[in-house]
Design a protein around this ligand. Structure first.
Ligand code: HEC
Ligand code: HEC
Length: 203
C-alpha cells in the first residue's frame, strides 16, 4: 500500500505527461527502422495478447509524449508487462523519441475492431473525461493519450489496471475508481467506436 501511494505520488508529481522531462526531438525515418522489432505485435491488425486475452493496443496516431512516457514506465518497471518491459528495456531516450515520431504520423481512416458494449450508454458516462481526453477521445492536448479508435478490450484492461493499482497514475486511479464493470465496458465501447488511433503501418 505504501509502495502504491508512493508510486502514485511520484507519477503525480509529473502529473501531465511531458512536464517532467525534456524530450529529445524524434526522427521518424530513424524511428521506422527501430520499429522493426515492434511490428509483429503493433502492426498486426486484431493481434491479441494471450494471458489475459485483450488486443495489443493501437499506437498509430498516438501523441509522442505519451508514447515516450509509456516506454519509460515499462523500462523502469513502473508499468508491468512481460514483453513490453523486455522490448522497452534496451531503448535509449533517442530511440524512444524516434519511434514516437514515427508512430504518431499514422491516422485511421475508419473505426476497426469488435464492439461488444453499448457506445450510447458509454457516451453518457464520459463528460468528466472530456477535459483531458476530448469529447470523442481525441485528446485536445498531446499531454494526454488519445483513446478514440483504440481497441475496446484494451481500454477495458487499461481502466481495470488503474482500479487494481496495476497501473499507478494518481489522476486516472481517482477518475475510474467508482466505475462498475458494465460502465467500463460501455465507456470502452464508446471510445472504441470513434475514429482516431490506427494500427501502425495500416491506413
Ligand atoms: C509481443 C508483442 C509486443 C511487442 C513485440 C511489442 N509490444 Fe508494445 N505492447 C504490447 C502489449 C500487449 C501492450 C499492452 C501492455 C499493457 O497492458 O500494459 C503494449 C503496449 C505498448 C505501448 C503502450 C500503449 C498505450 O496505449 O499505453 C507502447 C507505446 C508500445 N507498446 C510500444 C512498443 C514498441 C515501441 C515496441 C518495440 C520496441 C513494442 N511495443 C513491442 C505488445 C507488444
Ligand atoms: C485530469 C486529466 C484526466 C481526466 C479527467 C481523465 N484522464 Fe484518463 N488519462 C490521463 C492521463 C495523464 C493518462 C496517462 C496515465 C498513464 O501514463 O498511465 C490517462 C490514461 C487513460 C487511459 C489509458 C490509455 C492507454 O492508452 O493506455 C484510459 C483508458 C483513460 N485514461 C480513460 C479515462 C476515462 C474513462 C476518464 C473519465 C472517467 C478519464 N480517463 C479521465 C488524464 C485524465
Amino acid at each position: 500500500m505504501t509502495m502504491k501511494l508512493f508510486g502514485g505520488m511520484l507519477i503525480g508529481a509529473g502529473l501531465f505527461l511531458g512536464s517532467n522531462f525534456a524530450q529529445a526531438a524524434g526522427d521518424p525515418e530513424a524511428g521506422k527502422v527501430k520499429f522493426y522489432t515492434c511490428k509483429g505485435c503493433h502492426s498486426s491488425p486484431g493481434y491479441t495478447n494471450a494471458y489475459p486475452n485483450y488486443h495489443v493496443p493501437k499506437i498509430g496516431g498516438q501523441y509522442e509524449p505519451y508514447v515516450v512516457s509509456s516506454l519509460k514506465l515499462y523500462k523502469e518497471g513502473q508499468r508491468k508487462h512481460g514483453s513490453m518491459e523486455g522490448n522497452a528495456g534496451s531503448l535509449t531516450e533517442q530511440d524512444m523519441a524516434d519511434i514516437a515520431a514515427y508512430v504518431a504520423k499514422f491516422e485511421s481512416k475508419r473505426q476497426e475492431g469488435p464492439i461488444t458494449g453499448d457506445p450510447k450508454a458509454g457516451k453518457s458516462l464520459v463528460d468528466k473525461c472530456a477535459s483531458c481526453h476530448g469529447e470523442d477521445g481525441n485528446a485536445p492536448s498531446p499531454n494526454f493519450p488519445r483513446l478514440a479508435g483504440q481497441y475496446e478490450s484494451y481500454l477495458v484492461k487499461a481502466i481495470q489496471d488503474y482500479q487494481t493499482g496495476a497501473r499507478n497514475n494518481a489522476i486516472m486511479q481517482s477518475m475510474v475508481k467508482d466505475l462498475s464493470e458494465e460502465q467500463i465496458k460501455n465507456i470502452a465501447a464508446y471510445y472504441a467506436s470513434q475514429k482516431g488511433l490506427a494500427v501502425v503501418g495500416q491506413d
